[in-house]
Ligand binder design. Structure first.
Ligand SMILES: [Mg+2]
Length: 116
């Protein structure tokens, strides 16, 4: 099972929820990726480090929004055979081509986690 999490509004918003969830998924044998539309992997890695996540570089996939627009994540989902994505952008969920779990943008919670 391959899962892929978004950063903005997902991993960056709820590290207190997703750090233990990802650990449990990995311990259960899942391959956990990050798919972001942040263009530079170094920037994505730095953000993930700041939020307290620990992802190997090869598990961080940067979608090419400039080239593919809202289809950019679907390109990677197909290329990597992702089974489930977790994202807060309706366009990415609708176009995923796999099972998508939508994270609603709760306005009471900061877009970027404040507990860091
Ligand atoms: Mg997002």
């Amino acid at each position: 099972m391959k899962l892929a999490f978004d950063i903005g509004g997902v991993l960056g918003k709820y590290p207190g929820v997703f750090i233990p969830m990802i650990s449990a998924l990995q311990n259960g044998g899942a391959d956990v990726f990050v798919i972001t539309d942040i263009p530079e992997k170094e920037t994505a890695q730095a953000l993930l480090d700041k939020y307290g996540y620990s992802f190997a570089s090869e598990m961080i996939l940067c979608a090419d929004f400039q080239k593919y627009g809202e289809h950019c994540k679907a390109v990677l989902i197909k290329e990597y055979g992702i089974d489930v994505i977790i994202d807060d952008h309706p366009g990415y969920c609708a176009d995923s081509g796999c099972v998508s779990l939508f994270v609603w943008p709760d306005p009471r919670v900061s877009y970027e986690a404040m507990e860091i």
